[in-house]
Design a protein around this ligand. Structure first.
Ligand SMILES: Nc1nc2c(c(=O)[nH]1)N[C@@H](CN(C=O)c1ccc(C(=O)N[C@@H](CCC(=O)O)C(=O)O)cc1)CN2
Ligand code: MG
Length: 282
């Protein structure tokens, strides 16, 4: 089994991005990423800090707007409307999850689709599904880059995506389909899931249950991508795949941590850069 080193790939891409950003700056455009964080979710605080750090390291203009837990939906909508108008920002990102009193759907709909670096706006989801991707969700985008980098042939292969979220499962399925895989989407109510999974050449697991995928799910030689981030009873970070069991069966596999996660923020930076570059030709 070969381990897919997401961390090393992310670091390499960050170096290359810095050079591309320097060129873009010479042409008069500095990519700008603004991140909005509402509330005190500890994991979100870590992710947002990492985004800010990585944006600054890439040479972007970068700002984090931290709002209190009791921020109203109206206030957040007004802020987004302002940022949509501000040419300094090529990417606007609202960190999820939002507090329960704010509608995620309404907020995501308010972001200018051309600044929606997460690719969560229905316009961008529709662009992706109609074969004309512009801004795409960074987690599945990072997985596609990992597959390509590690020479995984996708065309004609059986790919099974376990999980149907808008953030990972659905866009992942479309990106694999776009590369001519035969794609199945499974989820918590799928019957005979181990049997189904055992037919997959490429297995992407984003179901959000620790150690869910065991040896009986995996075809010998399969490529196994683990999007899960769960805590075990001791507080240790674990994936959706039972690593020790699957490792002897798979040909290629992502670890948790150090696999899919680091590539997520890398792809966010790439998309912000691309959005900034597009303003040159406007
Ligand atoms: N607006 C968004 N909200 C959320 C997204 C998103 O893409 N856009 N995704 C997740 C959180 N997330 C980025 O925001 C994210 C999660 C995890 C990682 C990561 O690098 N994970 C590491 C482990 C980190 C740890 O030790 O806890 C890894 O897997 O190696 C990056 C980004 C939900 N919200
Ligand atoms: Mg993303």
């Amino acid at each position: 089994m070969t381990l897919i080193d997401g961390k090393a790939l992310a670091d390499k891409m960050a170096v290359e991005l810095k050079a591309k950003v320097d060129d873009l700056k010479s042409a008069g455009v500095t990519p700008g990423l603004v991140v909005i964080l509402v509330g005190e979710n500890p994991a979100s605080q870590v992710y947002v800090r990492n985004k800010e750090r990585r944006a600054t390291a890439a040479g972007f203009n970068s700002e984090v707007i931290r709002l209190s837990e009791d921020t109203t939906e109206t206030a957040l909508l007004e802020l987004i409307a302002q940022l949509n108008q501000d040419n300094k920002w090529h990417g606007i990102l609202v960190q999820l999850p939002l507090p329960a009193h704010i509608s995620e759907e309404k907020i995501l709909l308010a972001i200018d689709p051309d600044k929606d670096v997460d690719g969560f706006h229905p316009t961008n989801m529709g662009r992706l599904w109609s074969g004309n991707p512009v801004m795409i969700p960074s987690t599945p985008a990072g997985i596609m880059v990992m597959l390509e980098t590690y020479g995984v042939e996708v065309a004609g292969k059986n790919a099974l995506v376990i999980g149907r979220s808008n953030i990972v499962g659905k866009p992942m399925a479309q990106m694999l389909l776009d590369q001519h895989a035969t794609v199945t989407i499974a989820h918590s109510r799928t019957q005979n899931l181990p049997e189904l999974a055992k037919q997959a050449d490429i297995l992407v697991v984003a179901i959000g249950r620790g150690n869910f995928v065991t040896a009986e799910f995996v075809k010998p030689g399969a490529v196994v991508i683990d999007v899960g981030m769960n805590r075990d009873d001791n507080g240790k970070l674990i994936g959706d795949v039972k690593f020790d069991e699957v490792e002897p069966i798979a040909s290629l596999m992502t670890p948790v941590p150090g696999g899919v996660g680091p590539m997520t923020i890398t792809m966010l930076m790439e998309q912000t850069y691309e959005a900034a570059k597009r303003t040159l030709s406007k």
